[in-house]
Design a protein. Structure first.
Length: 120
């Protein structure tokens, strides 16, 4: 047994263990979504969470509804529809710039997809 080669491999093993878990990798956000995350915290987080239903639907649900069409999220935020009758209507965010809402939409989709993947 060549102990010296095993010892030589230890730092490599330690480095391998430092790598983030796959779930963290899935939650890594694009720069655009990072920007949207801050605005999301200010404007939307009171009612929307990644995988839990608060007042509004979770981001995982929003991502599966609108993942291919972030523009639909922007339109909804400006002029919310009425779908779920067991909750109060969502207030309009027409006072927020649409380019900011587009960043929020990007965050909702990326965080929602990551939250959806973490479910068993
Ligand atoms: C005061 C609570 C509240 C806040 C704040 C809020 N929402 Fe909502 N949201 C709701 C509720 C309630 C619903 C469900 C309404 C319904 O289905 O009738 C909803 C639904 C949604 C949906 C689902 C649309 C669909 O097609 O089903 C999207 C997308 C959404 N919100 C985006 C946002 C964004 C973006 C923000 C922040 C800019 C935000 N919401 C802030 C309460 C809120």
């Amino acid at each position: 047994m060549r102990w010296s080669s095993i010892l030589a491999a230890l730092p490599l093993l330690a480095a391998a263990c430092d790598r983030p878990a796959p779930a963290d990798e899935a939650a890594r956000l694009s720069p655009r979504a990072e920007k949207g995350k801050a605005l999301f915290s200010t404007h939307c987080a009171a009612c929307h969470a990644p995988s839990a239903k608060l007042v509004g639907p979770p981001l995982s649900e929003i991502a599966s509804l609108h993942g291919a069409n972030p523009e639909a999220i922007v339109r909804w935020a400006v002029s919310p529809g009425r779908k779920r009758t067991d909750v109060p209507p969502m207030p309009s965010f027409r006072g927020v710039r649409e380019s900011d809402l587009a960043d929020v939409a990007q965050y909702m989709i990326e965080a929602g997809n990551a939250a959806g993947k973490q479910r068993p």
